[in-house]
Design a protein. Structure first.
Lengths: 269, 241
């Protein structure tokens, strides 16, 4: 049985798809068979970030409608053979997703995979509700600013009450906080909420802090999940996140303003 | 048809006896004059015949002007039946009333809440099952933005935080042991004696019995500290505790 992870936030543009791509790649690199599903039907993005947009034949909605078999629609990643991508449809809308259809696809995937990562669309409408409904774990992606924190809080309320686990009275979804686009420098200037501020409001288990980084945009533009950019701060931060998710005890990084090294000071780096 | 769960069962249960609470309309008798009552009752019922059709009816004797008056239960029952009502029993009255009522096929009922105890209970009731306050609710999880919790007829205790954009309401008191950042409304059915207690007041709005105050009008000295909120002479008081 696969563990189903939803990457969600409520608010748009906070880094859900970047996170889904990075975490699914990270899990696959650790040797787990991982599928990542784009639930953002109508606005598909995940295939771009994963760099497989030119290999899409069938999509999630085709599978739900029985127009294609699951293995026809799954795209195997070229960099890691444990990772498969199920792209969203560009031509349909989110009403094409049915609860039974999504449940069936997840059920079928569960037999073959260790982890299923659901990349939720923004908002709290149908697509987002279905992305989280079957989840076992939720990674709540939040930017350090008030409206994102508020939306995440709202999403947490929905996770606690509208999921299948909640409806069946089972053990609740495990919720993790992932703080993205964090800039210790701007926190120091008082322009951004600190980790403590966000934790004060959300009081969640902190899975990691991803620093604001040029590497993320570069990675998206070139279709390479940022976790593969091992030299970058964001790439390392995502590696830490995956290790933490898998139960390793990894110290948090990128939270404090780093002191400039002697070299840095000498060369103004 | 027998209510069998499995056809193989030789001895299947045909009934269960349970205790339950039923709401009954109560006919509060003020006079023992059945004839007078009959005409007034007909008039009343003609105004809403569907509402009363086949309605069970309890007869309450607590408010009789003359508590000692003899009552002709047989004709009272007839009057009620003629009005399409189903008299089931009497509440209150003396021993003689109860006997007469029984003779007319009525049972003796006890009002759950005696509003005007004309017959103070002489013997203190036997030790009963400890009263269980089923109406109060304890929430241990954070109450998130967009969530609404309402506790009808009781108190609400939140062990965790209440986020901005969340709304907690109770007919009784509200206690919040985390930070209160959302809205808290106590005594929403108009109970002015209710209070809100919280460890850390950062609320968007607090209200007791409909008297409310919004965040903007809460003094800064009361923010982030433990307070109680109550009504005094129609005005909302927020007091440090």
């Amino acid at each position: 049985m696969a563990r189903i992870i939803v990457v969600t936030s409520g608010k748009g543009g906070v880094g859900k798809t970047t996170t889904s791509a990075a975490i699914s790649m990270g899990l696959a690199l650790k040797g787990y068979r991982t599928a990542v599903i784009d639930f953002d039907v109508g606005l598909r993005n995940l295939d771009l970030i994963m760099g497989c947009e030119r290999r899409v034949v069938y999509d999630f909605v085709n599978v739900i409608n029985g127009e294609a078999a699951l293995n026809q629609a799954l795209i195997k990643d070229k960099r890691c053979d444990k990772l498969f991508i199920l792209p969203a449809s560009q031509t349909r809308d989110k009403d094409s997703l049915t609860s039974e259809g999504v449940g069936k696809v997840l059920g079928d995937l569960s037999k073959d995979f260790d982890y299923i990562v659901c990349d939720s669309p923004a908002g709290i409408e149908r697509g987002a509700m279905l992305a989280m409904y079957y989840a076992d774990d939720a990674i709540v992606v939040t930017n350090p600013e008030v409206s994102s924190v508020r939306d995440s809080d709202r999403m947490l309320g929905i996770l606690a009450s509208k999921s299948r686990r909640a409806e069946r009275g089972e053990e609740p979804i495990k919720e993790y906080l992932l703080l993205t686009r964090y800039s210790p420098h701007r926190v120091k200037l008082g322009e951004m909420l600190s980790v403590e501020d966000v934790q004060d409001i959300l009081s969640l288990h902190l899975l990691g802090v991803i620093p604001e980084s040029k590497a993320v945009l570069n990675a998206s533009n070139s279709g390479v999940p940022v976790i593969l950019d091992e030299k970058s701060d964001a790439g390392q931060a995502f590696s830490d996140v995956v290790r933490r998710y898998l139960g390793e005890d990894v110290t948090h990084r990128f939270i404090e303003l780093e002191k400039k090294s002697l070299f840095g000071r000498l060369f103004g780096g | 048809m027998p209510a069998t769960h499995s056809e193989s069962a030789e001895f299947s249960q045909t009934f269960e006896i349970k205790s339950g609470v039923v709401n009954l309309p109560i006919l509060r008798l003020l006079t023992a004059d059945v004839e007078k009552l009959s005409s007034q009752l007909r008039l009343k019922i003609s105004q809403a015949p569907d509402f009363f059709r086949h309605a069970p009816m309890a007869i309450d004797l607590h408010n009789l002007v003359d508590p000692n008056a003899e009552i002709d239960f047989a004709s009272l029952v007839r009057v009620l039946r003629n009005c399409d009502l189903v008299p089931v029993g009497i509440c209150g009255g003396f021993e003689k009333h109860q006997q007469a009522a029984q003779a007319a096929g009525l049972s003796s009922l006890t009002l759950a809440r005696q509003e005007s105890p004309q017959q103070p209970q002489a013997t203190p009731s036997k030790p009963k099952v400890p009263p269980e306050d089923v109406h109060s609710r304890i929430i241990e999880q954070p109450v998130r933005s967009g969530q609404r919790i309402y506790v009808p007829g009781g108190d609400l205790v939140v062990m965790s935080q209440v986020s901005p954009g969340a709304e907690i309401m109770a007919d009784g008191n509200i206690h919040v042991y985390g930070s209160l950042r959302g809205r808290a409304l106590a005594g929403v059915q108009g109970n002015l004696g209710c209070r809100i207690f919280c460890q850390d007041l950062q609320a968007e709005l607090v209200s007791v019995g409909g008297h409310y105050r919004i965040s903007e009008n809460i003094d800064d000295s009361l923010r982030g500290v433990p307070v109680q909120i109550f009504l005094l002479d129609q005005s909302l008081i927020i007091e440090r505790i």
